[in-house]
Design a protein around this ligand. Structure first.
Ligand SMILES: C[S@@+](CC[C@H](N)C(=O)[O-])C[C@H]1O[C@@H](n2cnc3c(N)ncnc32)[C@H](O)[C@@H]1O
Length: 333
């Protein structure tokens, strides 16, 4: 075994300073620094005046943006680099600010409780608490931005361009799957089951796309609200991980009964490999579920396959999509 002097603590040190970078980026977004830089390069003094921020604060935040490669500096004059221009300027199509800021602010207090949560195994807030209900309004548009291409890929992977399929999206958020399907197939119909205030966000998205005539909503708690049906396909995208094994089992069973014979359940998840050796993202994401849910987790592939079988489905087929997600699909046996 290596002696401690041969080991490099750099990865751990970098992780320990992660909060600094995260907090700086959030403040830079809140203060719209890159937005104020967008009209033209300037000094910290000028930028501070444009943004209403102290020169000292402006300098410290710009230092981090330069360190991240988002902004550039030459002779004391700062400009947005390509990354800042694309992602950190409000109003740009790729802007990823406001919901990310809201999520950081909402999560911050919970992360401060992590040691206590780890000791007790109990989350800071329950799934239907006012804090979590508010959290979904920030999270769902943010996930929407990241995962829309994945939903498009998934409906094609399922072959839903043919016929007149009906789809139920459980906890559908910003209507990613409904929109993907309704755009792909003009004979398809989609239903979303989610909390009422989130369904309102979804219905606005669907209305903007001019597809409301083939979209329906069921307002309520998906753990107890009848899902309607029968459907050809049910989607659980980024949902199973927030449920305990018992609750995921109940949900899959109820959804099994809401499908036509031969109907399929599609799960999109951050799955960890069997034996929990990786990949890194789902291993770390498990911590979000510890803090924010009473029984959720990053499930292993074999574990998800068992949940399918126990609910009356055949063995799932898995397909890795995008950088962090895996699709799984199985038909009602
Ligand atoms: C992590 S987001 C996933 C959103 C969407 N499926 C996606 O992948 O983009 C979780 C979604 O489930 C909804 N949700 C969570 N718990 C719920 C419950 N008990 N009943 C109904 N909806 C719930 C939230 O409102 C949110 O839209």
């Amino acid at each position: 075994m290596n002696s401690p002097t041969n080991l490099d603590p750099a990865p751990l040190m970098q992780a320990l300073s992660g909060l600094r970078v995260n907090a700086a980026l959030v403040s830079a977004l809140e203060l719209r620094l890159c937005g104020h830089l967008a009209p033209g390069p300037c000094t910290t003094k000028e930028l501070g005046a444009r943004a209403g921020v102290s020169e000292r604060g402006t300098q410290a935040l710009l230092d981090v943006l330069v360190a991240l490669g988002a902004c550039e500096v030459d002779g004391g004059v700062y400009r947005n680099g390509p990354m800042a221009h694309a992602f950190l300027v409000p109003g740009r199509p790729g802007y990823l600010g406001d919901e990310e800021v809201a999520m950081f602010r909402a999560a911050f207090a919970s992360w401060a409780e992590l040691t206590t949560v780890a000791r007790s195994g109990k989350p800071v807030h329950e799934n239907d608490s006012p804090q979590m209900l508010e959290f979904w309004t920030s999270l769902t548009p943010a996930i929407g931005r990241r995962q829309r291409p994945l939903a498009d890929e998934a409906v094609r992977w399922l072959g839903l361009g043919e016929g007149a399929p009906s789809l139920l999206d459980v906890g559908g958020g910003a209507a990613l799957y409904s929109l993907a399907l309704l755009r792909l197939n003009d004979r398809a119909r989609a239903t979303q089951l989610d909390w009422p205030h989130v369904n309102r966000i979804a219905s606005e998205e669907v209305a903007k796309a001019g597809l409301s005539a083939r979209f329906q909503m069921i307002d309520g708690d998906f753990r107890t609200t009848p899902p309607g049906g029968p459907y050809d396909v049910v989607v659980l995208s980024n949902i199973v991980h927030q449920e305990s094994e018992a609750s995921a089992h109940d949900l899959m069973k109820r959804l099994h009964d809401a499908l036509r014979p031969g109907g399929r359940v599609l799960v999109s998840e951050f799955l960890v490999d069997d034996g929990r050796t990786g990949p890194a993202f789902p291993l770390m994401f498990n911590l979000n579920m510890l803090v924010n849910t009473s029984g959720g987790r990053s499930y292993e592939r074999a574990h998800l396959a068992r949940l399918y079988r126990e609910a009356g489905f055949g063995d799932p087929t898995f397909q890795k999509v995008g950088p962090v997600s895996t699709l799984a699909v199985a038909a009602r046996a």
